[in-house]
Design a protein around this ligand. Structure first.
Ligand code: NAD
Length: 285
């Protein structure tokens, strides 16, 4: 392997240490800890683990983290009411509703109910709009984590060709805008893109966010490119794999994220960072 590994665990640890310091400084200045409230509807086992991890991670860095668990048959009105209550609570800086929600609840209605100043997942229409306009706002955690990784390895997107594979609202679209803001020339590829190998082959920065194991082949990668693999796919062998065929890609890339241990650990770290940002922004009025 010739590529340098981008160590998401180490970078996430550094982010959490920064957050801890800023959370302590916030508490000293304002007499309370920043607060993050996570709302979980139903008993989806993966979501339960995520929520528990978020609660734990918050408390470790001096953020008052709490989870609200509603039954799977909770009505949309009940969820909206809870979010409304958290919006009105001055000690709450960040609100996150764990997705997916049960089918009878409209996720857009719920996400848009979150006060934009507390939308630490950055997924509501207001923060998405601010991102597209290049204005200050809360950024979606996984894409924001990818940008932090580029910064940490000294990769300035300015003038570079970036190809994002995947156009979801959660990852693909926001990272394309973040890269654009950093002056990259951005192409967004997706399931209808023709000649995906040729498109990826032009990229100095490749972001794969698809959810198909090994979709991006090693020989598509331009020698020296930086590869960020957002994909998390559990294979039949029980192990996790990314969207990039790792070994051959690592023979051509200059830097590459492993799966697991790459982009994954950044998401919660950036959520905590967004929560402290939200706390300061709210306190500043
Ligand atoms: P999604 O299913 O919402 O979107 C997938 C995108 O991939 C779509 O835009 C689709 O057009 C595109 N696509 C599908 N098949 C394709 C193909 N053959 N060629 C090109 N493009 C294709 O997924 P998502 O929510 O964006 O997540 C993508 C992956 O990232 C998943 O594996 C998910 O688990 C992972 N993920 C990881 C983190 C993290 O913390 N690391 C966070 C979010 C998502």
């Amino acid at each position: 392997m010739t590529a340098e590994l981008i160590d998401g665990k180490a970078i996430a640890k550094k982010v959490r240490a920064e957050v801890k310091e800023r959370a302590a400084a916030f508490a000293e200045t304002y007499g309370r800890q920043p607060g993050l409230e996570v709302v979980l509807v139903g008993e989806d086992p993966a979501s339960q683990v995520y929520v528990r991890n978020k609660e734990r991670a918050s408390n470790k860095v001096g953020i008052r983290g709490a989870a609200h668990r509603l039954p799977a048959d909770a009505s949309e009105a009940a969820v909206l009411e809870l979010v409304g209550k958290l919006n009105a609570d001055d000690a709450v800086d960040g609100i996150l509703v764990q997705l997916p929600l049960p089918d009878h609840i409209d996720p857009n209605a719920v996400v848009d109910q979150i006060d934009a100043a507390k939308d630490v997942d950055g997924l509501g229409a207001v923060n998405a709009g601010l991102l597209v306009l290049g204005r200050q706002g809360l950024r979606p955690c996984t894409p924001f984590g990818c940008m932090r990784m580029l910064e940490e390895i000294g990769c300035d997107p300015k003038g570079k060709r970036a190809v994002v594979v995947g156009r979801s609202n959660l990852v693909g679209k926001p990272i394309a805008h973040l890269l654009l803001q950093k002056h990259a020339t951005v192409t967004v590829a997706h399931s209808r893109t023709q000649d995906l190998p040729g498109v990826v082959g032009q990229a100095d920065i490749v972001v794969a966010a698809v959810g198909v194991q090994g979709l991006v082949k090693g020989d598509w990668i331009k020698p020296g490119a930086v590869v960020l693999d957002v994909g998390i796919n559990r294979a039949d062998d029980g192990k996790l794999y990314g969207d990039v065929d790792f070994e051959p890609a690592a023979e051509r890339a200059s830097h590459i994220t492993p799966v697991p241990g790459g982009v994954g650990p950044m998401t919660i770290a950036m959520l905590l960072s967004n929560t402290v940002d939200a706390a300061y922004a709210r306190a500043a009025g």
